[in-house]
Design a protein around this ligand. Sequence first.
Ligand code: MEV
Length: 325
Amino acid sequence: MPTSEEEPQRDGAAGRGSAHAKVILFGEHAVVHGAPALALPIDTLGIDAVARYRSGPLRLVSDIYTGDLADAPDLLDSPRAVVTAAIAAFDLPVDGIEITVTGEVPPARGLGSSAAVAGALARALADLAGRELGDEEYLELVAVGERVAHGAPSGLDAHATAAGAPIIFEAGVARVLPHRTSGYLVVADSGVAGRTRRAVASVATFLERHPVRGAALMAGLGALAQQGALDLVAGRREQVGARMAEAQGMLRELGVSSPELDRIVDAALAAGALGAKLTGGGQGGCAIALVADPEGAAAVAEAMRAAGAVATWIHRIGPSDGRAG
Ligand code: MEV
């Protein structure tokens, strides 16, 4: 039997996992109430996790915190819950592992960072244990973290941050969407932390106070997701953009936009975007704008920054054959 001192050398093995950001094109919030939603993977913004045997207590190395996982700040409750659940699921030792997390998905910006971190952790620990991680087990482990981060997540982020192509998601089931649309999506960070849990709660309050209008908005957002999916499949970029602007009006009425997001969205439209809206939980976080060509995308990104965005990313959308990877 190796001693625990010898264990890291004995194994020397590293388990690796990654996942990426996502944007929701249509259907955020309504998806929590059963409507369909459409999300795109942003695989240029990734999270990587590496898990290694190393003597001592279970340890995390990251930009936000480095030290024993047990002493990590509350902010890291979600990844801590995922690590604990994964260690139990894969029969790994509760001590003697160091996990390093790196990546470019900004936290609390509506880009799925909590699901991406959870996904990368689940995959790295499964890899360290030499285990195949099936889709269902993956999604359940990510859901452990998402419940801590957001309360009652729809499951959309868990699917979208693992998907290799756009997905349409409804009632817990994700379908990959083959499509013929090309263009550029400008993602702009409002610089204000999004508050998904609070935004989800304010939509619930809206639905209680205004049941008829609330139901109409949920149905309207769901219909935009369905029609937007058809437009995407058929390559009707202009219509996708027009529906994004319509969705933003509904999200604004629900109270999940913010003055900062409104300014950035309006600036993108004034600079020639085909459509623009908030993405994800809202009340902060990011806005997205759809643009036809790279020059237009650069101009829209500049306008969004002039309107207060602290960072922008330009993501190319190309036709997809609907294969997952
Ligand atoms: C968060 O990215 C999307 C929401 O619809 C919440 C969820 O789907 O769980 C706001």
